[in-house]
Design a binder for this molecule. Structure first.
Ligand SMILES: NC(=O)c1ccc[n+]([C@@H]2O[C@H](COP(=O)([O-])OP(=O)(O)OC[C@H]3O[C@@H](n4cnc5c(N)ncnc54)[C@H](O)[C@@H]3O)[C@@H](O)[C@H]2O)c1
Length: 428
């Protein structure tokens, strides 16, 4: 099928590549010319495992093309909207990019309407799809579909190729059939429903995952006091099939481009309808405080952080991505700088994105070097480069053997046995 993808960020680019890999004829469109030029040269503006390799092959075969001109999407039977929906000042989802994209689609088809599915992959508040359908009502043949995206950054291409489920929200049979044809051969459970249900499925999923994380983070604070081990507790909990093992990992807090903004957008949507989502409100509160709580553990053990050399391992909001949006590392760097610490930071991919925000931080491209002369080291993102380390060499190079494991990913027992002073999140 002929497909256009409007917005070539994390979701749009991954969607474009995965659909082209399935044999569709895909055109990626973005307003940012520099991004399109880069993509036309086969360079991915974002880091995602396997993405750049696939991009190169698809460009060569001609099944994937990029443009800044929406007019080039004239033939596309399916037009995906994958633009950003960031947080507004009041916490609601900022829909200006979505409506700009809708208006571009509208002007493309106003003169000569044809049967087309306008598919919303951006995460939008419940009712947005219906508002768009109303706006496009006068143009025959344009059918609005909600098809939310559930990919995980760091695993985006795999998730797009093998999704956990495909949710299709539309009341139009031809549009539903077109979506089925598009995803033919993809073995994932289909949820065919209304646009509004599809939109809420997306927000509810993210809010629930954020809830699990905050629940475990709060429990970890108690676990630390009780002298119990939250990692063992999570393992024991996760074996219950009603609970499952995912998203039970205590740490320094969640970040990223989705959970923070989607939880506040859902809270604001509920407020607009006179409903208080009290649990979700607390989920956000716990998460906001988690990096501060983590740093308190450090401050308790070091009389004064001022002038001390602190190594920060990992900057991206999670491993295998260069995305730093709402990353806990940013809060940690800011607080340590305020305390007057001398910071040395390492990340395998995200350093160049963080550097302009924190120019006074020293950066290294070797994780082991970050520990040299350090009075303490903090693990913020559990990249394998930050976890699989030669601890003997590190012990000899640190000024003091203080380790703070914000992801419970360092080998606690081995480190204690080796003479490190190890502090995890909620570990005995
Ligand atoms: N990043 C994720 O992990 C993820 C997962 C699921 C859903 N989502 C949702 O998908 C949407 C996109 O997220 P993202 O992380 O890919 O955003 P992003 O900021 O990485 O990319 C958005 C892209 O859209 C482009 N753009 C904006 N307006 C445009 C227009 N009118 N025409 C063409 N291009 C335009 C921007 O230049 C940018 O390249 C959001 O609603 C997000 O909540 C994101």
């Amino acid at each position: 099928m002929k497909v256009a993808v409007i917005g070539t960020g994390y979701v749009g680019l991954t969607t474009a590549v995965s659909l082209a890999m399935k044999g569709h004829d895909v055109l990626g469109i973005d307003l940012v010319e520099a991004k399109i030029v880069q993509l036309q040269q086969g360079k991915s503006p974002i880091y995602e495992p396997g993405l750049e390799e696939a991009l190169g092959e698809l460009l060569k075969s001609g099944t994937l093309k990029f443009t800044t001109q929406i007019a080039d999407a004239w033939e596309a039977e399916i037009l995906f909207i994958c633009v950003g929906t960031p947080e507004s000042a009041d916490g609601t989802a900022d829909l200006r990019y979505v409506f700009a994209a809708v208006s571009a689609v509208e002007s493309l088809h106003r003169k000569a309407p044809r049967d087309r599915a306008v598919v919303m992959k951006s995460t939008v508040p419940v009712g947005t799809g219906d508002r768009i359908a109303e706006l496009l009502r006068e143009i025959d043949g344009l059918h609005v579909v909600s098809n939310p995206e559930f990919l995980r950054e760091g695993n985006a291409l795999k998730d797009a190729l093998q999704p956990t489920r495909i949710v299709i929200g539309t009341d139009h049979q031809d549009a539903a059939d077109a979506m089925e044809k598009l995803y033919q051969g993809v073995s994932a459970t289909r949820v065919s429903t209304t646009r509004a249900n599809a939109e809420l499925i997306k927000y509810a999923s993210n809010a629930f995952l954020a809830t699990r994380i905050s629940f475990m983070n709060e429990l970890a604070r108690l676990s630390g006091e009780l002298g119990t081990d939250i990692v063992t507790v999570a393992h024991g909990m996760g074996l219950d099939s009603r609970i499952g093992p995912e998203f039970l990992r205590a740490g320094v807090g969640y970040g990223g481009s989705c959970f923070p903004k989607d939880t506040i957008a859902l809270l604001q949507l509920a407020n607009q309808h006179g409903i208080s989502l009290t649990i979700l409100d607390k989920v956000r509160e716990v998460n906001t405080k988690q990096p501060t709580w983590f740093l308190e553990q450090l401050r308790k053990q070091m009389d004064d952080v001022a002038g001390k050399r602190i190594a920060v391992l990992g900057l991206a909001f999670k491993p295998e991505t260069d995305d730093i949006r709402e990353a806990p590392s940013l809060k940690v760097l800011e607080a340590l700088q305020k305390d007057g610490a001398s910071i040395v930071a390492y990340d395998p991919i995200a350093v160049d994105i963080v550097r302009p925000l924190f120019p006074k931080v020293e950066y290294t491209d070797n994780p082991v070097e970050a520990f040299i002369g350090a009075d303490a080291a903090l693990l913020i993102t559990e990249w394998k480069e930050c976890v699989q380390l030669d601890w003997e060499e590190i012990k000899a190079s640190m000024a003091a053997p203080l380790l703070f494991d914000g992801r419970n990913a360092w080998p606690a027992k081995q480190l204690k046995d080796a003479g490190f002073h190890y502090t995890g999140v909620g570990r005995s």
